[in-house]
Design a protein around this ligand. Structure first.
Ligand SMILES: NC(=O)c1ccc[n+]([C@@H]2O[C@H](COP(=O)([O-])OP(=O)(O)OC[C@H]3O[C@@H](n4cnc5c(N)ncnc54)[C@H](O)[C@@H]3O)[C@@H](O)[C@H]2O)c1
Length: 347
């Protein structure tokens, strides 16, 4: 094991949003690295108890990052490291419910930093977002020093706000915060739904024998990052001293065409229902996304490992292994304003 992995042995770690798509994988990884205790604070608004790793050193606390009683309870264990992943997720959800977005991603994040600062937490790692900083017209590959004031959803605004608060707490109080900007996570652990990412939703519809709704022109690309590569980056961000005060892209560093990805998912799952055109989303103005990962390489030794095709296969296998729970819990609202317009998916 590397030094950054050994570091977690005996540590007390708080993971907000630790039941979610990325958080559940991070919780399992840190618990397996022999942490003394991993406390998960999650209100289960977008996650399911069955997805929380049932390990003896994991303590699940159901509660919100906006509730100070819950925060007092989880900070009472004096965590060495706090991973702040809880968020109102994501773009379309925030367009539909902008006030809830601000409460969780704005106030909730501010409170987590305040409690971490009061408790003398040794490291806070903030889950920022590559789609929330750079706007729609930045030169590719996206580099950390560029930013846009013309963001297209409340989610992008509040995820950036989380970084701005992080910088305030770092400069004013010396809170050791690291800002990790994820690019399009995918992998085991993400239950599909109206407000979820494109890969789990496409796999869900493909395994249900339904056509995949495509909202783009065919030219769009994304930088899809395998969830365990993100988890590895988070473990590194919690350890390396040089990371404190920094912001860094956590991406795969390569572009995947979304239409080709949809075709590949249909092939890999044996879905013959094809692809249908769906209404474009007004806020979805990014043609291409590609993150530059030089800084993360340099600062924390980050190196994405998962090949895209293999990552898709692993994700499809996770769907097959958990199909009953996924079918029960996947939430789609036919006729809603999300990407699933035009497709009726029955639960
Ligand atoms: N998934 C991605 O592609 C991606 C990309 C960039 C950034 N991020 C960020 O990474 C983090 C994790 O993303 P994810 O994909 O695992 O999302 P997720 O929705 O699966 O996880 C977020 C978790 O936070 C919980 N939560 C929501 N509101 C809460 C509240 N008020 N109090 C406590 N818990 C609350 C949800 O129940 C969920 O378990 C988020 O902060 C997200 O903004 C994700």
């Amino acid at each position: 094991m590397d030094a950054y992995e050994n570091y977690y042995e005996g540590k007390t770690v708080l993971i907000t949003g630790g039941s979610g798509a990325i958080g559940s994988n991070l919780t399992r990884a840190i618990a397996n690295l022999k942490a003394r205790l991993v406390v998960v604070l999650d209100d289960l608004s977008a996650a399911y108890e069955w997805n929380i790793p049932p390990l003896s050193n994991v303590l699940f606390v159901k509660g919100s990052v906006t509730d100070e009683v819950a925060l007092k309870r989880v900070f009472a264990v004096k965590p060495n490291i706090v991973y702040h992943l809880a968020a109102f997720f994501a773009n379309q959800n925030s367009v539909d419910y902008p006030q809830r977005d601000l409460m969780t991603n704005g106030l909730g994040t501010l409170l987590v930093y305040q409690y971490a600062q009061m408790c003398g937490t040794e490291r806070v790692v903030y889950a920022s977002s590559g789609c929330s900083i750079y706007g729609s017209a930045a030169p590719l590959p996206l580099k950390e020093d560029f930013m846009s004031m013309h963001l297209t959803t409340p989610y992008q605004i509040t995820k950036m706000l989380g970084e701005l608060y992080a910088n305030f707490f770092y400069h004013h109080y010396g809170l050791p915060v690291v800002k990790t900007r994820f690019f399009n996570s995918y992998g085991p652990g993400e239950v599909p739904g109206q407000y979820r990412n494109v890969i789990p939703n496409f796999i869900f519809w493909a395994l249900s024998g339904l056509p995949l709704p495509f909202t783009g022109s065919g030219e769009e690309t994304r930088d899809f990052t395998y969830v365990m590569d993100i988890v590895d980056a988070l473990l590194r961000a919690g350890y390396f001293e040089k990371a404190v005060g920094q912001e860094m892209n956590i991406a795969s560093g390569s572009e995947v065409n979304i239409l080709e990805m949809a075709e590949r998912i249909n092939e890999l799952t044996g879905n013959t229902a094809g692809i249908v055109r769906a209404a474009p989303r007004v806020w979805d103005t990014k043609k291409r996304l590609l993150g530059c990962i030089d800084r993360a390489k340099e600062v924390i030794g980050y190196e994405p490992k998962m090949a895209f095709e293999e990552g898709l296969l692993t994700t499809i296998q996770w769907f097959r292994d958990n199909w009953e729970s996924i079918q029960r819990d996947a939430e789609f609202a036919p006729g809603g304003s999300s990407a699933v317009q035009g497709v009726v998916v029955k639960k």
